[in-house]
Design a protein around this ligand. Structure first.
Ligand SMILES: [Zn+2]
Length: 126
């Protein structure tokens, strides 16, 4: 009737609870390492985002420094700022305005206009 014996029952009981504890421990360490992995990934992404934003800000500063206020050679509007040595578009009449490296504005030739349009297109898509 008491074939198993009390001592054995207690031993089995310990073994079962041992097993459960071990399982819980494995589960906990798995969640912890998963959490650590996700945190590392998030911090990597944050760092990448920050450096990308920093590079973009630098580029914007550079453009702002190099840009000049120009009077549109077509409509006479004065609100445009365009980078030296590049081609931009009048905000008012859409004329392609080319700026020489010394800051002189003139109506862009068709090739410069096409290049500037393509660049704007790429900027819009990115
Ligand atoms: Zn204009």
């Amino acid at each position: 009737m008491f074939g198993i014996g009390l001592g054995n029952l207690v031993k089995i009981g310990f073994r079962v609870s041992d097993h459960i504890l071990k399982q819980q421990e494995i589960e906990r360490s798995r969640t912890a390492s998963e959490r650590a992995r996700l945190e590392a990934e998030a911090s990597r992404e944050r760092a990448e985002y920050e450096s990308r934003r920093y590079r973009r800000t630098q580029l914007e500063d550079e453009i702002a420094r190099d840009s000049v206020a120009v009077e549109c050679p077509n409509c006479g509007a004065t609100g445009n700022r365009i980078r030296r040595g590049s081609t931009g578009f009048c905000e008012f009449c859409g004329t392609a305005i080319q700026i020489s490296s010394s800051g002189i504005a003139y109506i862009a030739d068709p090739i410069e206009k096409a290049k500037a349009l393509a660049a704007e297109d790429i900027k819009r898509k990115s």
